[in-house]
Design a protein around this ligand. Sequence first.
Ligand code: CAO
Length: 551
Amino acid sequence: MAKQQITVPDIGGAEAEVIELLVAVGDEVGEEQGLVVMESDKASMEIPSTAAGVVVELLVTEGQQLAEGAPLAVIETASEAADEPAARDDSAMVAAEPEPTTAAAPTEPEADAIQPEQAASPATPTGGSVQGVAVPDIGTDDAVELIEVCVKVGDTVGEGDSLVVLESDKASMEVPAPFAGEVSAIHVAEGSSVRQGDALLDMKTAAAVASAPAPAAAKPAPAEPEQRPAPAVAAAPGATAAQPASADSGQAGVYAGPAVRKLAREFGIPLAEVSGSGPRGRLLKEDLHQFVQRRLSQPAASETAGAGIPAIPEVDFSLFGEVEVTQRSKLDKLTARNMQRSWLNVPHVTQYDDADITELEAFRNGMKAEAEQRGVKLTPMPFILKACAVALRDNPKFCTSVADGGESLVHKQYIHIGMAVDTPAGLLVPVIRDVDQKSIWQLAEEVLELAGKARDRKLKPGEMQGGCFTVSSLGNIGGNGFTPIVNAPEVGILGVSRAGMKPVWDGHEFVARKLLPLSLSYDHRVINGGDGGRFLTGLVALLGDIRRLIM
Ligand code: CAO
């Protein structure tokens, strides 16, 4: 048994913060297994163990700022090696790099991949020429993935601007431009594997660009083979400065380590949309797992129009005549989103029937004088609401909502019914509470009041919430029937069309009766055809004989 102290290796900068401990005392670790994650303003990187064994001491805490050489942990190994700090093997580590501005200074002695004559090269080549830029010392002989080419041929870049981004399983790093100039050729593609010394691209120095005689000549010229230095020679000190990237392109500002970023990229997860549950909001792999699980459990709940289905092509109608384009109101767009969400999520079935409301209408017309005295308008709506309340009581499945992604049903022990109101601003659905407990007069008052509030845009949010079922009446407008869209997460909606006198066969003869066309749409995940049939038949019977409403 021997103890080895693991220290912070060359991290390519003065100090970095320990943002995550990947092991605990007592953990068994393998060689190269990550011990901690450190993050500077330029990089986040896992610091691997240089020995296999058991962690007997952790010498750091999260949030600590550490520099090269600081002790991290003590590992008890099975070997007989002496109890001494372990020298860091740079080959397993992220590139240790000089800053481009200090490129003329000699590189770290252990960065032996850099030839002495390269270190002597100036950061900004003079004389105006085309120079190759190669993969700098990245601290490993293994190939790493080139995940992003940040420039294109013809781009003018300043010294230190990012040219490409490389990524290993331990870190991501940017390769900065060693001097200012123009990109004249690119030799790599995103997704390719590269090693230290591989040619990345050619750059025309700023002097060469400035001395170009005419615009045509300033176009990126193919690099002459003899002008392009061999990759190893191209690795001038500036070019060797691989700056570990602090964030993925487009994911900047997100607090996450390289392994998490890599996983996110593999699954196409937009990191900015994931909330981190790690220390100080840091994104953990578990957060990505949960994000994916959530997305999978609500495949069609996307707010984006037409997610996952082919988009309807936009047509330039002005090609065929004069057009006017207007902006849709917020309410209009919200209604559209809700409709689409419901239509995409809910398997709809609609059943139709006619209620014989001849007697109901006779009764209602007989009550009109009293209604006037009471200051209310007695339309068919209060009767329809009351009949729905009884039908809901008799068919409680219609008073449920799907929960837990379909695993359970919420049974509402109350009967609140929404009423679709057509307003100039768009569709609103105020909710009438405890319809089963209210009289026809009370309901008539509330219909009038809520429809008025809706049209005056005076409804409070609470007055549009908590519905179990919805009634959408186009009776005052017309039509024989329509397919209402379920107001999800409710599971049923009744469409009411215009009542009219129709001949009905009574067994002996045709008689004139007032028929009210009804259409019942429901969520077939919850309501079966039998349930729907019973509800609608019951409703038709209730409206056909309103004495049943008091039973
Ligand atoms: N058949 C025949 N006549 C009907 C009827 C029907 N089904 N429903 C209502 N009427 C009559 C009323 O009796 C009233 O006439 P009288 O004054 O002679 O009695 C007239 O039509 C006007 O009624 P109303 O619209 O003022 O009142 P209501 O209680 O029937 O409806 C409300 C209230 C708010 C539901 C309705 O005004 C409304 O906005 N409906 C539109 C709902 C909608 O847009 N749905 C579609 C949603 S999906 O896009």
